[in-house]
Ligand binder design. Structure first.
Ligand code: TYD
Length: 215
């Protein structure tokens, strides 16, 4: 059992759109499984059936579809479902949960869109979520490069990517500020290196962290 009262390990990946965090989350999950760990790879918004329904409301359609406040409520509704149906059961079963995004995304994306909303983001988190990952890998990346990668995917989920390079630059700064405020939890990983090298670095950090945690 850990300080947070559960047997499993909760790890998240964060970064701006197209930073490669989804690829890296998958790579870490694969490598941990190869080492014999029981891993649940999940993502936000989504990660549970109801939360995936809410995801569609968030990522498709007109960028002005929701007010910023409504958007924050939807992200928290999705996160609560994800927590109840996927994350907490996995942690209780002693699994390693690797989540592609979690609450830091709301702090940074919604807090960057309008700084005055950050207190609402923090209060809602405390009220309805109340948990953060033990370890977070922030994949740091130049927004110009990341934006080009993100748009190239044409996934139909480009509502957020369409916000543009200037917004992505502010997001990058927001993530780095958050990492400075939580140096124990958030590890900044330079995402500009080739994908395999980035994966190697993350695997090493994770292995050292698990060893230190078990000691
Ligand atoms: P994501 O699925 O990570 O996008 P991608 O796989 O294309 O990188 O997230 C979708 C979008 O939702 C992304 O632009 C980030 C945004 N987002 C928020 O604004 N707030 C949040 O709390 C979360 C989880 C995501």
């Amino acid at each position: 059992m850990t300080q947070s009262g559960h047997a499993g390990v909760f790890v998240s990946f964060e970064g701006i759109d197209g930073s490669g965090k989804s690829t890296q989350a998958r790579a870490l999950a694969d490598r941990l499984r190869a080492q014999g760990h029981d891993v649940v790879l999940t993502r936000e918004p989504g990660g549970a059936a109801g939360a995936e329904d809410i995801r569609r409301l968030l990522v498709e359609g007109d960028p002005d579809r929701w007010s910023p406040e409504t958007e924050i409520l939807l992200f928290n509704a999705a996160r609560r479902d994800h927590l109840e149906k996927t994350i907490r059961p996995a942690l209780a079963a002693g699994q390693i949960v690797v989540s592609d995004r979690f609450a830091d995304s709301t702090r940074v994306y919604q807090g960057t869109a309008r700084a005055s909303l950050r207190p609402l983001v923090d209060k809602l988190h405390d009220l309805v979520i109340g948990i953060d990952p033990e370890l977070t890998f922030l994949i740091d990346m130049d927004p110009q490069v990341a934006l080009a990668r993100g748009l190239a995917r044409h996934s139909g989920e480009d509502r957020f990517e369409e916000l543009g390079a200037e917004f992505q630059t502010r997001l990058r700064a927001g993530f780095l500020t958050l990492a400075q405020a939580h140096p124990e939890r958030i590890r900044v990983i330079d995402g500009a290196y080739p994908r395999e090298l980035v994966a190697d670095r993350i695997e090493t950090e994770m292995r050292d962290w698990l060893r230190a945690r078990a000691a």
